[in-house]
Ligand binder design. Sequence first.
Ligand SMILES: [Zn+2]
Length: 688
Amino acid sequence: MIRNRWNDNEAERLMGKAGPDEADRQLALRVYTSRLIGADRDLVLHGGGNTSCKVVRRDIFGRRIDVLHIKGSGWDLATIEAAGLPGVRLAPLRELRALEALSDEDMVNLQRAALLDSKAPNPSVETLLHAFLPHRFIDHTHASAMLALADLPDAETVVQEIFEGRVACVPFIMPGFELARVAADVYESNPDVEGLLLLKHGHFAFGDSARESYDRLIEQTAAAESWLARKTGAVPAPATGENVQWSARAAEILPMLRGHLGKCSAEHAGNPDQPMPVMDLRNGRNVQEFFARDDLALLATRGVPTPDHVIRTKNRPLYLTREILSGGRRAVEEAVNGYITRYKAYFDENNKRFGGAKKLLDPGPRLAWIEGVGIVGIGADARAAGAASDLAAQAIGVMVNAQAAGGYFPVDETRLFDMEYWSLEQAKLGKGTPPPMQGRVVMITGAAGAIGQATAQAFADLGADIFLIDRDSRALADAGKALDGFHRTLALDITAEGAAEAAMAACIRAFGGLDILISNAGAAWSGEMLTLPDETLRESFDLNFFAHRNFATAAARLLCEQGRGGQILFNVSKQAVNPGRGFGAYGIPKAATMFLLRQLALELGPKGVRVNGVNADRIRSGLLDDAFIAERARARGVSEESYMAGNLLRREVEARHVAAAFVALACSERTTAHVMTVDGGNIEAALR
Ligand SMILES: [Zn+2]
């Protein structure tokens, strides 16, 4: 149940911090309650909402002007700051109300032209609605309970029953000028209302102060929740789903599905190297209960609870029933193809109204309902997939409640098309060229070590989603914290039996599959061959050869299951070709690993899986720590610096240089069976 998070002391403190100017003090409260709203994820999931306040400021000539501070695009209410609520002159916005019609382009332009700061972000697409209402503070949200009401067939009767005239209903209209005008008309015909329910869209509450507006928003949302609970006998389901409970079927189905979606996406883009989408699986209790319903086939065609969802989940999920799943790969692929065919027909039909001016988006599903597995968000990267899952989890909660309270009837697909293909809505997804590794899932073993961390960061910098594995759970957690980029971690002894299979399953659970394995973990054992115990050599083989082999083969099976190529990269070693005295126990398994690399390249080439490696030498790391460097330098009678720079280039080689080599190999699309040396130059260790 929603609760009121207002705190007098905090509000006082923020007002005090804002200084003496009344407009700044009000804006500080606006930031405060915006954040309170943002703290309730269910209220404003993934940009589904906005807030505003009206203040009086002085212009450059000292004249008093009315200013609307409204949420700017790109800001999240949970973390918003004053800069995220750009000021717009109210008078020119209000003047627009007299117009009969206003194009979106003109609206956006006029809103920008009215900004106090020309560099501020674009004001929300719902700015005019905030401008046309008279209240000083306005809060707009998409709370699950309000959406369940908004999607009822008799929503107006129910709203009257719950709020007894304190909330009025606005018919469904696309956001923009027309909706703003109609909402203002509805308000003016009911000037005593404290909020508006936008049918099939969301909720507005308003008041004279930040506190009043926020109190009303929470109170109205809570009243909707209580009504639903009474009506349905259930507490509304949590919006974002619960923690994943693993299903073995997912390991089987997701990679196959991911591969086929990748293939379809590549065909649509006309680019054979188009990355596969990333997936986000949810199958907590509420999802499992949802799958027990007998009206799923119907609900799968009904649509999204608020039009905002459509750009991330599309109108319909790909619904894979047990029956389809029992037909294996072919049946799953046919279901995907059927989805795409239907989507294209929907596009063609609706595009006629625009004279064919719209351009088809990737026609593949962005959400799958998979019986016995869960709901699966699908996106260009893990963040997008997670957002789709969050919205899908909210959607099923709304569906369940609305169905129990009278029926789930969201906005129809024709009107939704206008939203899906609305340029202002698509702009929310961001423009420009995606980063080169977007959508690539990269697994790294030994991820907490120096080379592992540098490599993880190098791939994350290019937009990849990273799966970090290390035996040392504390070091792994630190590496995760230090990594700037989307990632998941798994603490695992990679030499344990079944470790590679467990790692692949965890990676599927996190991302739906795998693109690149960087088999990096290793450790050095030393000793002369004549006295080296078998036991030591076997231990070294376990880590420096068999773990590489097990991870590589498990990864290769997963990559083949996806059928879209992929890569395996090994951290070999200079020792594999140029033995160092006393390092036989390290070099011998590494030499075997280098041969493994070539063998796998040979066997996996026809599957499009590339296999390459890096031979690095003398990198500061767990293998070569400060004490060891000091000892080696002493043994050779040189300074530590010249020991570390003991190569042709006379420069120390760092972990980041090794990481750069992994990236270079990953990007070299026609290179396989190659070992790249990163040692600053050492003729004795040169491969060819
Ligand atoms: Zn909205």
